[in-house]
Every structure is written in structure tokens, then in C-alpha cells.
Design a protein around this ligand. Structure first.
Ligand code: NAP
Length: 244
């Protein structure tokens, strides 16, 4: 059976680095993205350079119908030939503003992408994982979901919701050898943080720098490995010492 890793939001940033790390581990890679075809194709080529197969799966993780049509069909067609062994729920967006000014759209779009996306994508790939009695689910959360951040009521709520779901699902499926963990980055250099004042914010971080997507990917790679077999229901922070 050919083993796949599905990474949502795999076209850029942390998601791309995770795709490459999982490719190094020998997984065939399913790269989900929302619209940036050029970057998704770049990730695909980079994975192929590692000697594995990579497929693009374009769907909006915030759209249940999209997920059913594209990912649901992939899972159905996979039959007994292919299986998704690793799922990384990484797609996410920021729409920062103070709550008093937050529009319904800013609230909904952030919740839909992170929290709802995690629910519907995971539900679509879960049954075969349980049937195979092996799997790794890793949810990309944030420091913001642990401590809350001003200007991010939507984002903090979405990521805190994912943390609760991670802990609950981990207990439901532990006996099937499917682990569920969350990774909580602090500030990582990517398109998502390109509008922030990196120099100023770095002063707040004990390590005095932003993290790299590859550093997050190494942690995801470990949690996705066989070596992490007794770790489930955990939130692992990766933030240069910013939060204790
Ligand atoms: P990024 O550079 O902005 O990349 C976002 C990725 O998510 C892109 O691949 C994008 O696809 C995809 N995406 C966005 N909305 C989507 C949707 N509705 N459906 C499918 N894909 C969608 O972000 P990043 O910094 O790598 O962040 C990745 C994850 O880490 C996010 O969940 C974020 O909240 C979390 N995180 C990041 C930081 C940080 O400092 N960067 C810190 C803590 C947590 P397209 O290319 O098609 O647009």
C-alpha cells in the first residue's frame, strides 16, 4: 500500500517545509492549497527532487462541499492501493483587528479555515486510519491559542478550539494507534508574518529571532514518525523561549 502524507496549506511557508520534511521520510505527498497554484507547483517540484511522488489537491479547507468533492473522492478512489497515514492540518489565515471593530467576515473566515477546516478534513481521512490501526494527526495551532493575543480574538479562539479538539480526539482514538498532537509556533518567518516588525518583535523573544519554517517542520517530522508512538493529546510549543 502506498503511504501518503496530506498537508493542508502546503503551498507556502510552514506547510511547504513540512511537505519537504515528510518527503524526506519517504511519504508520497498530497499538497493542499487554496489558490496559489504557482507556489503549490513549486512545492510539488521540491518534493519530487527528494525522490517521492507529490500530488496537488486544490480545495478550500473552509468549504465542506469542496472537501467532500475533492478529498472525499481521493479517499474513495484510493481503495486498498493508497492510504493517508499522516495528516497535518496546517492551513490557516490571520485577520487581525480589535474585537470592537471585527466584522462577521473576519470572525467567520478565520474560524472556518482553522477550526472547521480541521474538523472536516480530519473527518474525511479518519476512518481509513482507524481501520489501518496506524496514523498521525498533527494540528498547527499557535502561541495565540494558548495565551490569547490582543487583536486576535478570532485567531486565538480558532487555535484554542483546535487545541481542545486535539486533546479530545486523541483520547477517542488512542487505542487504534492513531496519535493526535498540536504544534504551537510563536513567531515564524513566512508570508503570514511578513507585515510584522520582525526586528522589534525579536527583542521580546529570548532567542532574539523569529523561527524558521524548517525548524517547525523538524518537530512535525518527529511527531509524525514511529519514534513518537507514545505521545498523544499534547501541545508542543516551538517559540524560541517566548512562552513558559
Ligand atoms: P502562510 O505563509 O500565510 O501560508 C498559508 C498557507 O495556507 C498557504 O499554503 C495557503 O494556500 C493555505 N491556505 C490558507 N487558507 C486556506 C484555505 N481556506 N484552504 C486551503 N489552504 C489555505 O502561513 P504560515 O505562516 O506558513 O502558517 C501556517 C500555519 O501555521 C497556519 O495555521 C498558521 O496559523 C500557523 N502559525 C503560523 C505562525 C507564524 O508565525 N508564521 C505562528 C503560529 C502559527 P495558498 O498558497 O493557496 O494561499
Amino acid at each position: 500500500m502506498k503511504k501518503y502524507a496530506l498537508v493542508t496549506g502546503g503551498s507556502r511557508g510552514i506547510g511547504r517545509a513540512v511537505c519537504l520534511r515528510l518527503a524526506e521520510m519517504g511519504y508520497s505527498i498530497l499538497i493542499n492549497y487554496k489558490g496559489n497554484e504557482v507556489e503549490a507547483l513549486n512545492t510539488k517540484s521540491l518534493c519530487e527532487e527528494k525522490g517521492v511522488e507529490a500530488e496537488l489537491l486544490r480545495f478550500d479547507v473552509g468549504n465542506k462541499n469542496d472537501i467532500e468533492e475533492i478529498l472525499g473522492k481521493w479517499v474513495q478512489d484510493a481503495g486498498k492501493e493508497k492510504c493517508i497515514e499522516v495528516l497535518v492540518n496546517n492551513a490557516g489565515i490571520r485577520q487581525d483587528t480589535l474585537m470592537a471593530m471585527m466584522s462577521d467576515e473576519q470572525w467567520r473566515s478565520v474560524l472556518d479555515t482553522s477550526l472547521e477546516g480541521m474538523f472536516y478534513v480530519t473527518k474525511t481521512v479518519l476512518t481509513p486510519m482507524l481501520f489501518n490501526r496506524y496514523g498521525r494527526i498533527i494540528n498547527m495551532v499557535s502561541l495565540s491559542g494558548i495565551k490569547g493575543m490582543s487583536g486576535q480574538v478570532n485567531y486565538s479562539a480558532a487555535k484554542a478550539g483546535m487545541i481542545g479538539a486535539t486533546k479530545a480526539l486523541a483520547q477517542e482514538i488512542a487505542k487504534r494507534n492513531v496519535t493526535v498532537n498540536a504544534v504551537a509556533p510563536g513567531f515564524i518567518s513566512s508570508d503570514m508574518t511578513s507585515d510584522l516588525n520582525e526586528q522589534e518583535l525579536s527583542n521580546l523573544i529570548p532567542m532574539k529571532r523569529f523561527g524558521k519554517p524548517e525548524e517547525v517542520a523538524d518537530l512535525v517530522g518527529f511527531l509524525a514518525s514511529k519514534q513518537a508512538s507514545y505521545i498523544t493529546g499534547q501541545v508542543v510549543s516551538i517559540n524560541g523561549g517566548l512562552y513558559t
